[in-house]
Design a protein around this ligand. Structure first.
Ligand code: GTP
Ligand code: MG
Length: 196
């Protein structure tokens, strides 16, 4: 997939700052440091469009990236960042849930999980929340380059079973560029776009 134009369109902390043009959106959510911003860069074929960092808590606002003027990739702040105060994590909840709920143009939510770790309580809560509200979501296992190739299926199975999911997560690595075409297939299908 060749993306001709990808740029930051809007940065928001509340619904008043979300795009109003109704174009389809796909969002990336998950624990801090799981690799959301890196995945966005990799899928869009850009090096530093979404800002990434070794230390968790880099993305603090809801960032909308316009992709070829057809759809938006939405980078969300991560949760579970230990240094964040209670009031800040409540703010996270309000901000992110305020976006994920009642957003009719949101066609797919990618819930990112680190392939090496069992889902945490926040991951499980979000997963169950998606089921409860019948939101469209896909599980993605990130950083597959961190485990040996032949161990990947085992790790995917652990993640699937620990959530009681119907399908295993899509394996993905920004470093090894694994999983890019599978994510594009899902994005184009859900946004009803034939080609960019
Ligand atoms: P927050 O914005 O803090 O919520 O984090 P994030 O989920 O956006 O994570 P980010 O993309 O900033 O990546 C966090 C760290 O993980 C960075 O040091 C990345 O280089 C690293 N990382 C991301 N994806 C991969 C991957 O596929 N493989 C490896 N080995 N490292 C990765
Ligand atoms: Mg980020």
């Amino acid at each position: 997939m060749i993306v001709n134009n990808a740029e930051i369109a809007l940065t928001a902390v509340a619904p008043s700052g979300f795009p109003k043009d109704g174009k389809p959106e796909v969002a990336f959510v998950g624990k801090s440091n799981v690799g959301k911003s890196s995945l966005i860069n990799t899928v869009l074929g850009r090096k530093r469009l979404a800002r990434t960092s070794k230390s968790p808590g880099k993305t603090r606002t809801i960032n909308f990236f316009s992709v070829d003027d057809i759809l938006y990739f939405v980078d969300l702040p991560g949760y579970g960042y230990a240094k964040v105060s209670k009031s800040e994590s409540a703010k996270w909840g309000d901000m992110v849930e305020g976006y994920l709920q009642n957003r009719s143009q949101l066609k797919m939510i990618f819930l990112l999980l680190d392939i090496r770790h069992e889902p945490g309580s926040n991951d499980i809560m979000l997963y169950e929340w998606f089921l409860h509200y019948n939101l469209p979501f896909t599980l993605v296992a990130t950083k597959t380059d961190k485990v040996s190739r032949n161990q990947i299926p085992k790790h995917l199975g652990v993640l699937r079973r620990s959530l009681g999911a119907d399908h295993p997560p899509v394996p993905f690595s920004s470093l090894a560029k694994q999983g890019k075409s599978e994510l594009w297939r899902i994005i184009l299908d859900k946004c009803e776009i034939s080609v960019l």
